[in-house]
Design a protein around this ligand. Structure first.
Ligand SMILES: *Cc1c(COP(=O)(O)O)cnc(C)c1O
Length: 355
């Protein structure tokens, strides 16, 4: 069946894969819903957006994305409450950020009405894939790639914007052990660290795999210049709790402006928890770990919401973090989940209902 909304042409899938999916055993990002959103940029403008059955696509081998990595993405989620209402969490932030990332990679901005109409229609079609209950969600992956078949090293004139969706489950995640970077860096001043650029991730895989061989799950990235400041944990922003004060690094060219991070900073203010946004020295955190004032360390990002860090190693020295009885990590996670799942009041207007 095909039909048309204000801006989008929709081809509905004739069947659904949903019955073949075991929602109690989901591997993150492996199963995709029945539909996807696609919009091409050609002749200097975005063409008519389409929703179609999720399917493989063909590209010329010379498509620029394969050669120069001109690709950016977003990660967001849809949540369902117990009455079956679906919500997004601060989606305007994702929309603005993908265009900021695109600008840094010399790619055209995507129109806001297409982004939100596309999302709404997609979520309507694949509504059954969003399961209610804390921890169940639909992970949404908008992304843009350079499709122009030409391998000269310059920005492309053709792009494809897409949204694909994958059911996810992430209520509980066990604490992780991290290694503080001393040699490798994920970003540099003037670089692309603040953009959700595909290449940032590719560049992290190798150093992370080395850390994994040493028994760590992730790397805490430090500043590229001196490796003396703690910046991000894997692909998450990172918070430290020293006594009862939270500390997190300010966003910059090198640090991604995470939506979970900024929500936690706001919630801390609401809850009367002091949160210092300032550069965080490796040495001060080691000292705090030694004298017992380091209570918690946690990563913050859409995928896991909050990921507790139970140990970190720096220059062969290992520090275990015992965790606090009145865990801030758990408090922030629960507070965020309650807002996301329409359980609690949303005084900042972060939820956006999907009609
Ligand atoms: C996506 C991402 C984050 C987290 O951002 P959220 O908006 O909270 O999901 C943090 N750091 C990096 C490097 C990221 O790519």
């Amino acid at each position: 069946m095909t039909y048309q909304t204000a801006n989008i042409s929709i081809e509905k899938s004739e069947s659904t894969k949903i019955n073949s999916v075991d929602f109690s055993k989901l591997d993150f990002g492996k199963v995709f819903t029945d539909h996807m959103f696609v919009c091409d940029f050609e002749n200097g403008e975005w063409q008519e957006p389409k929703i179609m059955p999720y399917q493989a696509m063909t590209f010329e081998p010379s498509a620029r994305v394969f050669h120069y990595g001109q690709a950016v993405f977003e990660g967001m989620k849809a949540y369902k409450d117990h009455e079956g209402k679906v919500f997004l969490f601060r989606p305007k932030q994702n929309f603005e950020r993908i265009n900021k990332s695109a600008e840094r990679l010399s790619m055209p901005a995507f129109p806001e009405n297409y982004f939100f109409e596309g999302l709404e229609e997609l979520l309507k079609l694949d509504n059954d894939w969003i399961k209610p209950g804390l921890g169940n969600s639909l992970y949404i992956r908008p992304f843009v790639i350079a499709t122009e078949p030409a391998i000269s090293a310059s920005p492309a004139s053709m792009y494809r914007f897409m949204i694909i969706c994958s059911p996810a489950q992430s209520y509980y995640n066990s604490p992780v052990r991290v290694l503080v970077a001393e040699h490798y860096s994920r970003s540099a001043n003037g670089g692309v660290g603040a953009a959700k650029a595909a290449g940032n991730y590719a560049a992290q895989f190798y150093p992370t795999s080395l850390a994994q061989k040493e028994g760590f799950h992730q790397i805490i990235w430090t500043d590229a210049d001196t490796h003396t400041y703690l910046e991000e944990a894997g692909t998450m922003n990172v918070f430290f709790r020293v006594n009862d004060t939270l500390i997190t690094a300010p966003v910059s060219d090198r640090i991604l402006d995470g939506i979970t991070r900024k929500s936690i900073i706001q919630l801390a203010e609401d809850l009367g928890i002091k949160c210092d946004v300032r550069p965080v020295k490796v040495e001060e955190i080691k000292k705090a770990a030694k004298d017992g004032s380091l209570k918690e360390v946690f990563g913050a990002g859409t995928a896991a919401v909050i990921s507790e860090i139970s140990a970190f190693q720096h220059k062969e020295e290992l520090f275990e973090i015992s965790g606090a009885e009145d865990s801030y990590a758990k408090l922030f996670k629960q507070t965020l989940l309650n807002i996301q799942y329409n359980v609690s009041e949303d005084k900042h207007g972060w939820r956006r209902a999907v009609k």
